[in-house]
Design a protein around this ligand. Structure first.
Ligand code: FE2
Length: 268
């Protein structure tokens, strides 16, 4: 990695917190409120400066206003603005009813430091697999056409490519081919990031970095045929976006805490 002269844009991605209306809510036996709290405490300890926080979906498990309000209150401990996009468990209206700044929900763009971050909604309410509405793809195309002097990072909830995890690959964005058809028309996209699969990955496609992130609660096992929980700890991803288009990123997981997961559950 070459040396960079200028300070990058520091982005923190948190995903799939699956909060409930009640702070006692558990996903597969794990208290999602407690694990989010631990992940955000780790962010506080590790990140001395954050420019933007991105929440990439499944913010609530039960789509309750109470869960969205609490998520917003958790993020209020940071001075950086947060931007949210919907996961398959989320519903737009209760988010809009609670979010202080409604313009921070997808579809939206963030223009900072020579970068454009595009937040997209890949979710169909009350359905698990992803699918882009034509209007969402048109938003993407326009946001890319308008930003050719910037570097771009695109964010969505679902994986737009198979992850070789058979049960999760039934949930890939259904019209991913249409998404890639738009993406492939442009050469200034540097990264595409998503949540949903509750596991870390890092690969390249046509010069574009493709990244997924751990959930802030339960982890899923990579490369599994059937539903499988992983014993890795919850975590988050930080990304440094440099003015020359370089992307430096790492995942950080909670350490020293034993997370109790119900291993007998065979699906979610
Ligand atoms: Fe999720």
């Amino acid at each position: 990695m070459k040396k960079h002269e200028n300070k990058p844009l520091r982005v923190v991605q948190v995903s799939d917190s699956h909060l409930f209306a009640s702070t006692d809510g558990r996903l597969l036996g794990l208290n999602t409120e407690d694990s989010l709290r631990l992940v955000l405490a780790k962010v506080q300890r590790e990140q001395t400066h954050i420019d933007v926080i991105l929440a990439t979906g499944d913010i609530a498990q039960d789509a309750s206003e109470a869960a969205y309000l609490r998520f917003q209150q958790h993020l209020a401990q940071f001075t950086a603005p947060s931007y949210w996009l919907q996961g398959n468990h989320d519903i737009t209206q209760p988010i809009l009813n609670t979010l202080n700044d409604k313009s921070h929900l997808s579809p939206c763009v963030i223009d900072r430091g020579g970068w454009r971050i595009i937040m997209l909604n890949s979710s169909v309410e009350r359905e698990v697999p992803g699918n882009f509405q034509p209007s969402e793809l048109e938003f993407l195309r326009q946001a890319l056409a308008d930003s050719k002097n910037c570097h771009v990072m695109v964010c969505l909830h679902h994986h737009p490519i198979p992850m070789h995890c058979k049960w999760l690959d039934t949930q890939v964005v259904r019209n991913a081919a249409d998404f890639w058809q738009v993406i492939d028309q442009f050469s200034h996209i540097k990264a595409i990031i998503w949540g949903h699969i509750h596991q870390e990955s890092d690969q390249m496609r046509n010069g574009v970095r493709l990244l997924s992130v751990p959930s802030t609660c339960v982890q899923f096992k990579p490369l599994s045929e059937d539903f499988a929980i992983d014993d890795l700890a919850p975590g988050y991803r930080w990304l440094d976006l440099y003015a020359n288009g370089d992307v430096v990123t790492e995942v950080s997981r909670v350490e020293g805490v034993k997370f109790v997961v119900d291993w007998t559950v065979r699906g979610y």
